[in-house]
Design a binder for this molecule. Structure first.
Ligand SMILES: Nc1ncnc2c1ncn2[C@@H]1O[C@H](COP(=O)(O)OP(=O)(O)O)[C@@H](O)[C@H]1O
Ligand SMILES: [Mg+2]
Length: 427
């Protein structure tokens, strides 16, 4: 069969990789992909926001199955467009994508459905947000407050402010950080404390299947210092959640979320990502994403032992509940190698050395996030996050060891990466 993957990062490389393992897949196309993805898929020069062109391509090529990587296409309604034309596609509908595309919508949804989450207030303007803060709605002015832009902000729309002054500064700066549209509505949240865990699941509208739990490392610097990034690394490890905690998340979050979506008229079929804080009072939802995380996907899909095509078909046919999904036992880790000066203004165009040696390590796969080929056919950096060195191991320690041993073969001028992925201090 012919498969189309929409997107161009490390996440999409990992999705293409999973499809490349399927004996059922003859051709993989990726729109618009990157130089690393080109080794396993045919690149298609259509951007994720050109949903009409994507559907035209799928029709003319006779694509049997499309998989959407990122939120941009979903929020624009790519799934509705494809389904309207009778094309098979995996992803959340436009209505369901509001769970990610509007944080205010997601908070109101959780409140309506009784899903545990931080206390919050929604403001229709920066002035109103400041008014709410001044009104003492969040208790002591010294207590931390979380300020969030409502709309899609590529990870730049959230500030955990330690006091009222910082919160006000954050409110005033939000628009310049994420643009007027994403910041036109502001969500203020109670600050939760605990360990953060991400849990991603396949959902077919009613039933669901969990993937291994993950944790990511958002800050650029070791020990969680410096500015936020798209993610500097991640790992999967079953010990992140006890079976009791998992059962509690299923009961208090997952079932009510899927039922709530159906009750409100938008069945959730696709990939659902739960950003969770494991608080003393139990798990609480920090956010929903309606797609795979990046780089979580790299670490997760490298452990997938089942055929992704079979899982997709089960999702499309509402058979997920009866489908067994196999994961490689143990752990996995993904270490991101980033360009100099990322996340501000990354330097690009540097030749990457040592890729072949690094890829020759066993239990390792290197996913490309931002690479290009130069005129000599060498891989060069073309974005902030460049590569995701991903390894599996019988336990977390061995997965990390393999990932770092492989990463140590790779270099280019100014390459940066965190050495503390998977360490308890990192979060
Ligand atoms: N209510 C909260 N309490 C404490 N920390 C929070 C809260 N909401 C968000 N955060 C922190 O901010 C990060 C980003 O927030 P999130 O809602 O996931 O937005 P996004 O991923 O869209 O930037 C979270 O991973 C978490 O570390
Ligand atoms: Mg998040």
């Amino acid at each position: 069969m012919k498969v189309l993957v929409i997107g161009s990062g490390g996440r999409e490389h990992a999705i293409c990789y999973a499809f490349s393992k399927s004996p059922r897949v003859a051709n993989i196309y990726c729109a618009n992909g990157n130089a690393g993805i080109a080794s396993i898929a045919e690149l298609v020069a259509i951007k994720p926001d050109e949903i009409g062109r994507l559907a035209d391509f799928a029709e003319s090529k006779g694509i049997d199955l499309t998989f959407v990587g990122g939120e941009t296409s979903l929020a624009l309604g790519v799934v509705d467009e494809f389904e309207g034309r009778g094309l098979k596609i995996i992803g959340a509908s436009k209505a369901a994508a509001r769970l990610e595309a509007s944080k205010a919508f997601a908070k109101d949804f959780m409140k309506r459905q009784g899903i545990p989450t931080a206390e919050y207030a929604v403001a229709a303007s920066p002035a109103e947000a400041i008014e709410i803060l001044e009104g003492g709605r969040f208790g002591e002015v010294t207590s931390p407050v979380v300020v969030k832009a409502d709309g899609l902000a590529a990870g730049k729309g959230v500030v955990v402010a330690s006091d009222r002054l910082e919160a006000i500064a954050a409110i005033n700066e939000l628009e310049s950080l994420v643009g007027a549209e994403a910041a036109s509505t502001i969500v203020l949240e109670e600050c939760l404390f605990g360990r953060e865990v991400s849990l991603i699941l396949f959902a077919d509208g009613e039933s669901f299947a969990l993937m291994p739990p993950t944790r990511d490392h958002k800050r650029i610097g070791e020990g969680d210092t410096g500015p936020n990034t798209g993610g500097m690394g991640t790992f999967t490890d079953d010990s992140l959640l006890s079976s009791q905690q998992t059962a509690e998340i299923i009961d208090t979050v997952i079932r009510p979320t899927l039922k709530g979506c159906s009750d409100e008229g938008f069945r959730f079929r696709g990939i659902l990502f739960l950003g969770l804080m494991m608080t003393e009072a139990g798990p609480k939802v920090l956010e929903y994403n309606v797609r795979f995380g990046d780089p979580e996907t790299q670490a997760i899909l490298f452990r997938l032992d089942s055929d992704l095509v079979d899982i997709c078909e089960a999702m499309l046919e509402g058979r997920l509940g009866e489908t067994e999904i196999k994961w490689r036992a143990g752990s996995s880790a993904c270490v991101i190698l980033a360009a100099e000066n990322y996340p501000a203004k990354p330097r690009i165009g540097d030749v990457i050395k040592g890729l072949d040696q690094a890829a020759a390590h066993s239990d390792v796969v290197i996913f490309h996030a931002g690479t290009n080929l130069d005129e000599n056919g060498s891989f060069v950096t073309s974005g902030g996050r460049v590569l995701g060195v991903t390894a599996v191991g019988d336990d977390l320690e061995s997965a990390l060891e393999k990932a770092y041993a492989s990463a140590s073969e790779i270099s280019w001028p100014g390459m940066q990466f965190r050495r503390d992925i998977g360490k308890p201090a990192g979060n």
